[in-house]
Design a protein around this ligand. Structure first.
Ligand code: FNR
Length: 192
């Protein structure tokens, strides 16, 4: 099983990217985790450019999602919503609507902010956006509020409650992904 991690922050010292690294450490040993780093290169969505030869960075994003069994998003909150760069990339991934790589893909959302509410508002908005693409959105949220006090100077998540919540969400995501894999497995014909 492979999980793709997507941080909605482009910042080098991003708490949300650190949150994904914490999530990766909490995954079972047999689950592969890849942190996707191409968000800044994805151009603004333009339907005129969304042809058979979509821009390379947008095509690469679609392929990265298609190549993963599940996706874990960590989103900051910008003005009570999802950062534009993350929403823009998801708009690219959401087309073509019927066959888009997020359709039926198990996804989960976590988030960190320097404010008190831990990006709860943007997590709710992101879940709504992901549901609109046809993704299977796993229940649960991880509101890491007042983020500077939850990470140490090396960017490690040290807040016990947040660690527990991250573990709950990644456990749910792995279970939903495993259940989907079983449902998709070919049924063996009866030998009798
Ligand atoms: C913010 N921040 C913020 N925080 C919050 O709790 N609610 C909000 O609405 C906003 N709005 C907002 C807008 C913009 C443009 C910026 C740059 C920042 C603060 C935000 O939580 C903080 O910068 C986080 O550190 C961003 O996450 P990363 O980059 O550390 O992952």
């Amino acid at each position: 099983m492979k999980i793709l991690g997507i941080s909605g922050s482009l910042r080098r010292g991003s708490y949300n990217t650190s949150l994904l690294r914490a999530a990766a450490r909490l995954l079972p040993g047999d689950v592969e985790f890849e942190l996707w780093g191409g968000l800044k290169e994805v151009p603004p969505y333009d339907e005129d450019d969304d042809t058979d030869e979509a821009p390379a960075a947008a095509a690469a994003f679609r392929e990265a999602i298609a190549g993963a069994d599940a996706v874990l998003f960590a989103t900051p909150e910008y003005n009570s919503s999802v950062p534009g760069q993350l929403k823009n990339a998801i708009d690219w991934a959401s087309r073509p609507l019927r066959t888009n790589p997020l359709r039926n893909k198990p996804v989960a959302v976590v988030g960190a902010s320097t404010g008190a509410f831990g990006a709860l508002g943007s997590q709710a908005e992101l879940r709504k956006v992901l549901a609109a693409t046809g993704a299977r959105v796993v229940e649960g949220e991880v509101p890491v509020g007042r983020a500077p006090s939850c990470f140490d100077e090396d960017g490690q998540l040290v807040d016990e409650r947040a660690l527990e919540q991250v573990e709950e969400v990644v456990t749910s995501l792995v279970a939903a992904t495993a259940a989907r894999g079983e449902a998709l497995a070919p049924t063996l014909a009866c030998a009798a």
